[in-house]
Design a protein. Structure first.
Length: 358
């Protein structure tokens, strides 16, 4: 094993940038004790001091300066390599069935607003909590949970740099200051064990081919007695009036296409067994039903038209290209879905919210 590891180089470079162990710990998502342990470990291996404290300031020793200068060069090269790898990962992002268009961003924001009270009336955690939002996307849910928990801090991560840019813009526009964004893979999180008080993810597991692996990785970074909150939909819960065979075929086309990409749009019904098999306790799953009729005009517009039917329209080109459904059936199905939003129609869909403890 090398005396100096990458974690040590990041540690030294970060301390050089921010000037204190406390600020470095926050930047690296470490506790101060963990950071101090790494520093002592490095000094022990090298049998030399890296810093001296002078008037409450950290001053590099000659050995520390040598490591600092080398760290900067090595980390720059590593960042270039990581950027190149992220470019190759863009092909994986194509598996996200809904894409990254402006229209999809609008749809996600419409969805979040239309069902906010149904999904998030109880999305509240203890004041002062550090919360990981895994798979934040464009920040549609981030805004809601950050506002509901102004005394807590959020670290919101996503694999897509494009989505994170939109999320940051949205947070800035809404003047929300308790959220920090970071690009990260949910299957390999850049945080130490037992770091977060709570974990939140919404509409994420449905897109993963190995949701259990993701939950296990989330479990790793959750503190003992910490909690996890999962929210997922279930397309199998969709029903409406007037009945339409073509509309159901259009919904099924979405289901089949997402399964072809390795996802599971019916995963809502599986949240309890996923959490149970992952070793969580005190599991509570509550159905959050969206029922719409003429007495709820805000949901007619916000959910039936701008969320659900817009989602089916969004996968039309690919569903046709994959020959999952023919164009006449799809066009008629989408038209019939919109018809449920006309006078006299009804629409019903169920989300599932699971909360559990470690």
């Amino acid at each position: 094993m090398s005396l100096i590891e990458m974690k040590h180089l990041r540690l030294i470079d970060t301390i050089h940038q921010v000037g204190s162990l406390k600020n470095a710990a926050e930047r690296l998502y470490l506790t101060q004790s963990a950071l101090s342990h790494q520093l002592k470990e490095l000094e022990s291996r090298l049998e030399t001091r890296i810093f001296h404290r002078v008037n409450n300031k950290l001053v590099f020793t000659p050995s520390g300066k040598a490591i600092r200068d080398a760290a900067k060069e090595v980390l720059e090269k590593m960042q270039a390599l990581e950027n190149a790898i992220q470019e190759t990962k863009k092909d994986n992002l194509k598996d996200y069935i809904h894409g990254y268009s402006k229209a999809e961003t609008v749809r996600l924001n419409n969805q979040a607003k239309s069902v906010e009270q149904i999904l998030h009336w109880d999305s509240k955690w203890d004041s002062g909590s550090l919360i990981l939002e895994a798979g934040c996307g464009v920040g549609s849910q981030t805004i809601i949970i950050a506002r509901l928990n102004p005394e807590s801090r959020f670290v919101s991560v996503d694999l897509s740099s494009r989505s994170l840019k939109k999320a940051q813009e949205s947070i800035d526009q809404n003047q929300i200051e308790n959220v920090a964004f970071q690009q990260a893979d949910i299957l390999k999180l850049p945080f130490e064990d037992d770091y977060f008080d709570h974990i939140f993810l919404c509409f994420v597991l449905e897109h993963l081919s190995k949701p259990m692996d993701a939950v296990q990785e989330l479990k790793r970074v959750l503190k003992p007695k910490g909690t996890i909150t999962l929210i997922e939909g279930d397309h199998g819960s969709t029903y409406f009036y007037p009945d339409s065979i073509n509309a159901m075929k259009a919904v099924e086309a979405q289901v089949r296409l997402q399964k072809m990409k390795g996802g599971n749009p019916n995963i809502g019904r599986e949240l309890y067994p996923i959490l149970d098999k992952s070793g969580f306790t005190d599991i509570v799953v509550s159905p959050r039903q969206v029922y719409v009729d003429d007495s709820k005009p805000e949901l007619v517009e916000g959910f039936i038209k701008n969320t659900f039917t817009a989602m089916i329209e969004g996968i039309s080109d690919e569903a046709l290209a994959q020959k999952i459904i023919d164009k006449k059936e799809l066009d008629c199905g989408i038209e019939d879905l919109y018809r449920t939003a006309d006078g006299g129609g009804t629409f019903c869909y169920t989300f599932f919210k699971a909360q559990a403890s470690l």
